[in-house]
Structures are given as structure tokens and as C-alpha cells.
Design a protein around this ligand. Structure first.
Ligand code: BG6
Length: 474
């Protein structure tokens, strides 16, 4: 771990991420007394605002984005007093000197670049030129880090020219989610699951990230990214890595990330010959109208992935993500193998394999479906039924506030713990997989199938699991 920071510098402070997530997260940390004493927050962006004008926009953002019962005008105003603002054009050196003069670098600085990635290099060069890249400075980067492996390497090289890896904090906000971290607790703080967490006992794994939203006014970015680059490359592959990784020796940045990267590097490449059988692309009806243009961008992707290692040999990982789906649901579903022999005679229709369902959002719970005896005198033989063992996080932890993922990540950044940030080799392994996948579907002439908004994606997605005698857990 490297030291705590006494200054947090937010680039892109007037942007959408800052208003919706970063400012509300910092407010949450402030309200709970978790920010280091005397932490100064400096916002920068191009808009010419005074400190007070920026503070006013920050309070407005809090009013708009915080739950009503958590927002307090008085706390918001006190929190805003921690913030100052300086207009800076990221691309030109002007302004950086003044920025540097406001900061005591020796006391530690965290810089959060929430700007377009095309501006990263200019920003970092300019920061370095005024002494804001030294040993006490940490740098957080928001996704997307590139649009493919090559561009991601260019960005990573530009950053590495001034910052060593241990001071770079690449954000994947899914890792800040409580329920995602709970995956580690579920797997490695219980002895029950680990012995069956492998190809001998697991039939298959499903990871679903379904969203009801569409373009949300981000057409310019989204249409160049699509589902594969916007969600699969980062959040979904990180979820997969957490599900499939070996137990790390300790919960520390090197051990955890070393295990995740091994999984990412073990993903079987999907080649052009197998693309049609293993990948489904979709585009929701209404996308083109929303976009106002022609497009082959996928707003849905489903695929059958394999982790080619000893633990997971032969176990399919079905992944799917889409916009404009039936409901918002992020879930990991693990189906275990059926019992090898039923002692209950001819009840095959009722005997179901055990299932473990980890709901990440919006519900936060863990369910294990178990076979149990249906009450009765069993004159025709024992009757069985599947019943869930249910752990609802809200019930078990009702006195805990549900935090924004960025609260955790911002605090870890300020305190210098990179465990929940993505290391360069992980990002590159993720891009390597996605580049291969995209090249294969292009070579196989695949284009997205239309699907109805508010459904579960194109028919090809249902067929993907059906062909293997399985079904999505909708
Ligand atoms: C972002 C994507 O990274 O994650 C968005 O760019 C997506 O397209 C969002 O909507 C989903 O995040 P969450 O936390 O709402 O599941």
C-alpha cells in the first residue's frame, strides 16, 4: 500500500460521472466521517466557474442524485466547503501551474481522471510537467481504457511513462459493489462451497447483466463501443474472473489480481469457425431510431465461454448482457450436477440439480435451491420439491446503508489500496479476448439479430443454451 492522500483532484468535475456518482460518493464518505481530516477536494473542468459556483452545482447534484432520506442541506453545504474549483483545459499546459501551486504534493495527492480517454495522455504529460506525478501521487483512470488491445496499450504506455503500476488505479466500478466483493467472502470464507467449486461438481455457470435502459443520451460513445466493449470487456469478465479464480493466498492486491489474471488468460479464444455456434449478437428494436442512423452495433451479446484450466475443464460459462431488456438484473447462476443416482425410484421429472444464485443487483441475495421432501404420507413414493435456502442481504444487514460503488473505490484510492482496481495485465488479457471475439464474428459475417425491447434478447440467445439442453435462468 502507498500512503494516504491529503488532496483529491477531480478532472472532469462538471461531467456526468462526477455529478451522478463521484460527488454523491464523497458526500457519503464525508457524512460518515470517513474522509481523512483536512482532505481537500479540488475540482477541475473547462467551465469557467468560481469556487462558490462550483459548490452550488455540487449541492444541486447531491439534491438530485442522493436518496431523499440521506440528503441533508446542512451536511451538503458543509461538505461543499471542502471543495475548491479551478477551470483547466486538460489539453493545454496553462492552468496546471496554478493547480500545482494549490497542492502540497508531499502530503499525498490522488488524481481522478474522469475525462475522455483521448485526453489521458495530454493530462498526464501536463501533470508531470508541473511535478504532479511524483512518488506521492496516485492516478485513477475511468474506463474505457482503449477500444482494443492496441489502443489500450498506448494509453497504458502513456500512463506508465510517468506512473509506476503501483500508483495506477484503473477503475471497474463493479469491483466497488458490495455484492461483488461478497463473492470473495462467499467463496473463501466458507468451507462448504470450495470442494464442489469445480468441473467435477459444476454443470455450468451463467452470468447475466441485463439492463432496462437504452442509449441514455450516450449515442456517440455507445455506438462505437457496443455491448462487447462497454460491458463484456470489463465488468462481465471481472465477474467471471472472481467466480473462476483459484483461492489467493491473501486478500492483498498482488495475490488477488494475480489469480484473476490467470483466469482471464485461460479464456479459450473463440475463432471464426466456432463464432456462430458460440456467440449471439442482438440489437433492440428502436435502437436505430434512437441513434438516428444506420448501425450494426450490438446492444446485446451472449456467448458460451470456456476457462481452459484444470478446475473448469469442460464447464461452459454462458455470459449475456443487453440493453432494453425485460428487467434490471445482474446475477451469477451456478448449476451443479445432478445426483449420480436417485434412490427415490421413478421421480426423474421432479429431481432437479442444485442451483446457487447470487443476485448482485437490484436484489442482493444468495439462494441455494435444494431438493426437499414434500410433506405427505407418500403412498405413491416420496415426492420431492425444490426449495430455496435464502440469504437476503437487506434482511441480514438491515442497519447498513447501501453504498454507491464509488464510495469504496474513492476511499481505497485516497488510502492507497489497489486490491479492487484492475492491473494492466488484466486489462490487456480482457482486450485480447474481446479483440479475438470481435474479429471472429466479423470474419464469420455475423450481424446483430433484432430483439424486442423489454424481452430477454434475440431467439438465438435462447437457442445458445437450448442446444446444450440448458436454459437461461430468467
Ligand atoms: C457502465 C456502462 O460501465 O456500466 C453503462 O458504460 C452501463 O453502459 C453501466 O449502463 C452499468 O452500471 P450499473 O452499476 O448500473 O450496473
Amino acid at each position: 500500500m502507498i500512503g494516504q492522500s491529503k488532496t483529491l483532484l477531480l478532472f472532469g468535475a462538471t461531467g456526468d460521472l462526477s455529478r451522478r456518482m463521484l460527488i454523491p460518493s464523497l458526500y457519503g464518505l464525508h457524512a460518515d466521517g470517513l474522509l481523512p481530516d483536512g482532505l481537500k477536494i479540488i475540482g477541475t473542468a473547462r467551465s469557467k466557474l468560481s469556487d462558490d459556483e462550483f459548490r452550488e452545482t455540487a449541492v444541486e447534484a447531491l439534491r438530485e442524485h442522493l436518496p431523499e432520506d440521506f440528503f441533508s442541506e446542512m451536511t451538503a453545504r458543509r461538505f461543499a466547503q471542502r471543495i475548491t474549483y479551478l477551470p483547466v483545459d486538460v489539453t493545454t499546459p496553462d492552468g496546471y501551474q496554478e493547480l500545482a501551486s494549490r497542492i502540497d504534493v508531499d502530503e499525498g495527492v490522488s488524481i481522478f481522471l474522469s475525462t475522455a480517454p483521448s485526453l489521458f495522455k495530454a493530462a498526464i504529460d501536463n501533470l508531470a510537467a508541473v511535478g504532479l506525478a511524483g512518488d506521492t501521487v496516485k492516478l485513477a483512470l475511468e474506463k474505457p481504457i482503449g477500444t482494443d488491445l492496441e489502443s489500450s496499450c498506448e494509453i497504458n504506455d502513456a500512463v506508465a511513462a510517468h506512473f509506476p503500476e503501483n500508483r495506477i488505479f484503473r477503475i471497474d466500478h463493479y469491483l466497488g459493489k458490495e455484492t461483488v466483493q461478497n463473492l470473495l467472502a462467499l467463496r473463501f470464507a466458507n468451507s462448504l462451497l470450495e470442494p464442489v467449486w469445480n468441473a467435477s461438481h459444476v454443470d455450468h455457470v451463467q452470468i447475466t447483466v441485463a439492463e432496462t435502459v437504452g442509449l441514455e443520451g450516450r449515442a456517440g460513445y455507445y455506438d462505437t463501443a457496443g455491448a462487447s466493449r462497454d460491458m463484456l470487456q470489463n465488468h462481465m469478465l471481472q465477474l467471471l474472473a472472481l467466480v473462476a479464480m483459484e483461492p489467493p493466498a491473501a486478500y492483498d492486491p498482488d495475490a488477488v489480481r494475480a489469480e484473476k489474471v490467470k483466469v482471464l488468460q485461460s479464456l479459450r479464444a473463440i475463432d471464426a469457425d466456432s463464432a456462430k455456434a458460440n456467440v449471439v449478437l442482438g440489437q433492440y428494436d428502436g435502437y436505430l431510431e434512437e441513434l438516428g442512423d444506420k448501425s450494426d452495433t450490438e446492444t446485446f451479446i451472449a456467448l458460451k465461454a470456456h476457462v481452459d484450466n484444470w478446475r473448469w475443464a469442460g464447464v461452459p460459462f454462458y455470459l449475456r448482457h443487453g440493453k432494453a431488456m425485460a428487467r434490471r438484473k445482474t446475477e451469477i447462476y451456478i448449476q451443479f450436477k445432478c445426483v449420480p443416482h436417485s434412490i427415490f425410484g421413478n421421480i426423474s421429472g421432479q429431481m432437479q440439480p442444485n442451483e446457487l444464485i447470487i443476485s448482485i443487483q437490484p436484489e442482493e441475495n444468495i439462494r441455494i435451491k435444494m431438493m426437499t421432501k414434500t410433506p405427505g404420507l407418500d403412498r405413491g413414493g416420496m415426492s420431492l420439491r425444490e426449495v430455496p435456502l435464502d440469504v437476503t442481504m437487506e434482511g441480514a444487514f438491515s442497519d447498513y446503508r447501501r453504498r454507491i460503488a464509488y464510495e469504496r473505490l474513492l476511499l481505497d484510492l485516497i488510502e492507497g489500496d489497489p486490491t479492487l482496481f484492475v492491473r494492466r495485465d488484466e486489462v490487456e488479457a480482457q482486450w485480447n479476448y474481446i479483440d479475438g471475439l470481435r474479429a471472429s464474428w466479423l470474419r464469420a459475417d455475423m450481424t446483430p439479430e433484432a430483439y424486442t425491447s423489454g424481452g430477454w434478447g434475440p431467439t438465438g440467445s435462447t437457442e445458445l443454451t437450448q442446444r446444450d439442453g440448458r436454459a437461461w435462468n430468467d
